[in-house]
Design a protein around this ligand. Structure first.
Ligand SMILES: [Zn+2]
Length: 290
């Protein structure tokens, strides 16, 4: 998830056009029954959630919609159905991270969500060891900017059901990056709770985290390299996860949330690590009318 001056310029221009507003207080805007059921029908992986989890996800998504501002790029009209589809998937990683709506503080560093009709071609620039500047175009289906908006290609969000078998989900990917960024650096490790995995301090907790994530990343990267060079079988999950530890964390979370049973089989240690982080909170039933 490199940061380039070109990208920052792009977002700076865009941010000036966003209709910012303060986070709303009070009860969440209710998501209508029909709209919610249509959303669930389009996202099969959500249907494996318990009825209680779905009730809380719906409530959380309502609070999310109250606090965020959607913007359709280049005239794209963002419908309620599009906003609810994004909100419900964006809130999935938060479902057991804390009580609703306080858990939304994980996303407090931004308000704007920018939907493009399709992929965005972003100008990129790198400088090699000889000082030669290389300019190229990179297609993006989503991007999360530190303390800035989230950009998503609606076509790829809408393909969420089709992407499920590949363990892919662009909304989960970008919003997990947001979690990762909350301690000021996107390095594949979100802020960990006190005493995480029995660790005595912050550093020990991070060591425990990377002690599981890094070997899983190295093994995944090795399998991608063998597939590329020698025609070996391609690993499950997007090859993009082999580009960095940060991207591996986001790609792995896609599989964890979309196909948890397969993820547990393919990455058993990582599955337990993610359980320890994403299931910190065990709520009771949502109180009526909250
Ligand atoms: Zn990413």
């Amino acid at each position: 998830m490199p940061r380039t001056p070109a990208r920052l310029d792009f977002w700076t221009r865009l941010l000036r056009r966003l209709p910012w507003r303060p986070a709303a207080l009070g009860p969440a805007r209710p998501i209508a029954d029909t709209l919610w059921h249509e959303t669930l029908a389009g996202l099969p992986f959500l249907q494996r959630c318990s009825p209680q989890d779905l009730d809380r996800l719906r409530l959380l998504a309502g609070h999310f919609l109250d606090r965020k501002e959607f913007h359709g790029a280049h005239g794209l009209v963002v419908t309620d159905a599009m906003a609810v589809a994004v909100a419900s998937q964006a809130c999935l990683p938060l479902l057991n991270l804390g009580p609703c709506p306080a858990v939304l503080r994980w996303y407090d560093d931004f308000v704007g969500i920018v939907l493009h009709a399709d992929q965005v071609i972003a100008p990129r620039e790198t400088v090699d060891d000889d000082g030669v500047v290389h300019r190229y175009a990179e297609p993006l289906i989503g991007e999360a900017m530190d303390r800035g908006p989230v950009m998503l290609s609606w076509r790829d969000v809408a393909d969420g059901a089709a992407a499920q078998e590949a363990g892919a989900n662009v909304v989960v990917h970008e919003f997990v990056h947001k979690l990762d960024m909350q301690d000021g650096v996107a390095d594949g490790c979100p802020p960990l709770p006190r005493g995480f995995l029995g660790a005595s301090g912050h550093r020990a907790a991070r060591n425990a985290w990377f002690g599981v994530l890094e070997p899983a990343y190295e093994a995944f990267r090795e399998r991608v390299i063998v597939a590329d060079r020698f025609g070996g079988p391609r690993p499950w999950l997007d090859d993009y996860g082999a580009t960095s530890l940060t991207e591996f964390f986001a790609v792995a979370c896609e599989g964890y949330f979309v196909l948890p049973d397969r993820f547990r089989t393919e990455f058993p240690e990582l599955s337990m690590l993610f359980d320890a982080f994403f299931r910190q909170f065990s709520p009771g039933p949502a109180p009526a009318g909250s």
